[in-house]
Design a protein around this ligand. Structure first.
Ligand SMILES: [Zn+2]
Length: 431
C-alpha cells in the first residue's frame, strides 16, 4: 500500500453540490431521413428499412443488457445543472486569463453523477479567473464552462499521478486564512492536484498549514518566501502526532509495529537512511501497515555543518532507498539532534522538505536509561490535557533497552482516556 494515498473513505463530502454535467449537445448534424431516402428504389428502401429495424431491435437488447449508464444519463438530465455556461457575473474581460495551461490535471470523474462517464474522462482547466473561478471542459465533451473553484469535488488523487507534471523546484509557504490549494497553486506555479498530493492534504482548504509547494517547470511563483519549522499541528482537532525517529533496532521495532497493528494506530516514522539500508524488510512492513514515512537524513550529521549540496545528498539518498522499497519520505524532515537554523530550513525546503520539530519531548534518549513509566508520563503529561490537541511528540526507536515498545500500549490507552487519538503527522497538521 502506498502511504501517500489518502484514505478516501475518510474524505469529507464537499460542502457544496458536485458539479453537474451539462446536457449533452451534439456537435454533428444528424442527416434527416428523407435526405437519405431520396433517389433510392422501393426494394432498396424496404431492405434498408429492414436493416434499420433489425438494428433498432439489437440496440434495444444491448441497451437492456448494458443499460446502467443510460439510466444514469436519464437521471442526470433531470438534475439541476450547477455548471455555468457563461462567464461569472463579475467577469472582467481585461483580466489576464491564463489560457491553455499545458496540463490535464484536475480530477477524474467522481461523485454520483460523474462515475457514469466513460473511464478516463478528465476535466481540463483551460483558464483561471482570479483564484475563485475556473473555466473547465470535459476532455470528451463540449466546453468550456465556468465553475467556482470551491464547487469542484475532492480529487481522487490515486488516479492522477500519471497526469501530473514533475516538480522542478520547491518552495515553502505559509498560507493565509481561507486560502485553498487552487489559490496557492495558482500563485505558486504549481498544480492543485500536485500540491494536494505532495502535502498529503485531505481537503482543498489549506488554512494556515505550512506547505511545500512543488513548482512546475516554466511557471513563476509570486508567493512570498517563508521560513518556518512547525513544532505543533492543528489544536482544534483531538489528535496528537507520535513521531518516531527510527535509527536503530530490529526486534524492538517489530514489537512496536505489532502494538500499533493491534491497536489500529498509524504514526509517522522519521527514518534514517542507514537504518533503511540495513532493514529493508522492516521498512516494507511499516509501509504495508500504512504508517507515514518521513526523512531523518542518511547518516545523522549535524546539518548546520553541511553545505547545501551535502544536505541535498543526505535527503536524496534516504529518499532513494525508501522509494526502492515502495514508499516515500516526502514531504517531512526532522533534523538530526534537532540541530537547525534558517539556512538549513531553507536548504531542506529547496529539496522539497518541511522541517518538523516537536512541542513534547519524551526525553527518551536524554541522560540515564528511562523506564516505560517515565516515557508514559513524559509523552502524555508534559503538557496539560487542554494543550495536548495538535501536539507533536518526539520519541525514538529503539535500542534493546529503549522503553518505548513497553510503554506504547499504556500510552495509547492514556491518550484515549484523555479523548485524544494518536495519528500521523499529516493528519495532525491537517487544517
Ligand atoms: Zn536522530
Amino acid at each position: 500500500m502506498d502511504e501517500r494515498q489518502p484514505d478516501w473513505e475518510q474524505e469529507q463530502s464537499p460542502s457544496t453540490e458536485p458539479i453537474r454535467r451539462r446536457p449533452r449537445r451534439s456537435r454533428r448534424q444528424i442527416p434527416v431521413l428523407p435526405q437519405i431516402l431520396a433517389g433510392t428504389s422501393t426494394t432498396t428502401l424496404l431492405i434498408g428499412l429492414g436493416i434499420v429495424m433489425a438494428s433498432i431491435i439489437l440496440l434495444v437488447i444491448v441497451g437492456a443488457l448494458f443499460g446502467g449508464s443510460d439510466a444514469r444519463t436519464a437521471a442526470e438530465a433531470t438534475a439541476t445543472p450547477l455548471a455555468l455556461t457563461a462567464p461569472p457575473a463579475d467577469f472582467d474581460p481585461a483580466f489576464p486569463l491564463q489560457l491553455e495551461r499545458p496540463i490535464v490535471a484536475w480530477f477524474a470523474p467522481a461523485g454520483d453523477v460523474f462515475d457514469a462517464l466513460p473511464t478516463g474522462t478528465r476535466y481540463r482547466a483551460i483558464a483561471h479567473y482570479g483564484a475563485e473561478w475556473v473555466q473547465i471542459e470535459l476532455a470528451d465533451e463540449q466546453g468550456p464552462f465556468w465553475v467556482r473553484s470551491g464547487d469542484i469535488p475532492p480529487l481522487p488523487l490515486d488516479s492522477l499521478p500519471d497526469l501530473m507534471p514533475p516538480a522542478s523546484s520547491y518552495q515553502m509557504y505559509l498560507p493565509e486564512a481561507g486560502e485553498t490549494v487552487y489559490a496557492v497553486a495558482e500563485r505558486g506555479g504549481s498544480e492543485p492536484a500536485l500540491l494536494k498530493l505532495y502535502n498529503n492534504l485531505n481537503s482543498v482548504q489549506v488554512g494556515n498549514r505550512p506547505l511545500i509547494v512543488p513548482q512546475v517547470a516554466g511557471r513563476g511563483s509570486t508567493l512570498p518566501a517563508t521560513v518556518i519549522a512547525p513544532n505543533a499541528g492543528n489544536p482544534s482537532r483531538p489528535y496528537v502526532a507520535l513521531t518516531i525517529d527510527l535509527e536503530a533496532g530490529d526486534e524492538r521495532v517489530t514489537q512496536l509495529l505489532d502494538t500499533f497493528r493491534e491497536q489500529q494506530v498509524r504514526v509517522t516514522f522519521f527514518v534514517l537512511g542507514r537504518w533503511v539500508e540495513q532493514h529493508p524488510q522492516l521498512l516494507r512492513q511499516i509501509i504495508a501497515d500504512g504508517h507515514e514515512l518521513a526523512n531523518h537524513s542518511y547518516s545523522h550529521p549535524d546539518f548546520r555543518s553541511l553545505s547545501d549540496a551535502q544536505i541535498a545528498a543526505e535527503l536524496n539518498r534516504t529518499e532513494a532507498l525508501v522509494q526502492e522499497l515502495g514508499g516515500t519520505t516526502r514531504p517531512y524532515f526532522r533534523p538530526p539532534y534537532g540541530a537547525s537554523n534558517q539556512r538549513v530550513i531553507e536548504a531542506v525546503a529547496a529539496q522539497g522538505y518541511l522541517s518538523v520539530m516537536w512541542n513534547v519531548d519524551s526525553q527518551d534518549t536524554v541522560g540515564s536509561p528511562k523506564t516505560p513509566e517515565f516515557l508514559l508520563n513524559s509523552m502524555t503529561a508534559t503538557l496539560p490535557p487542554e494543550a495536548l490537541p495538535g501536539a507533536i511528540i518526539l520519541t525514538h526507536c529503539c535500542n534493546t533497552h529503549h522503553p518505548l515498545p513497553d510503554a506504547l500500549f499504556a500510552t495509547l490507552h492514556r491518550f484515549r482516556e484523555l479523548g485524544l487519538e494518536v495519528r500521523t503527522l499529516s493528519e495532525v497538521l491537517e487544517p
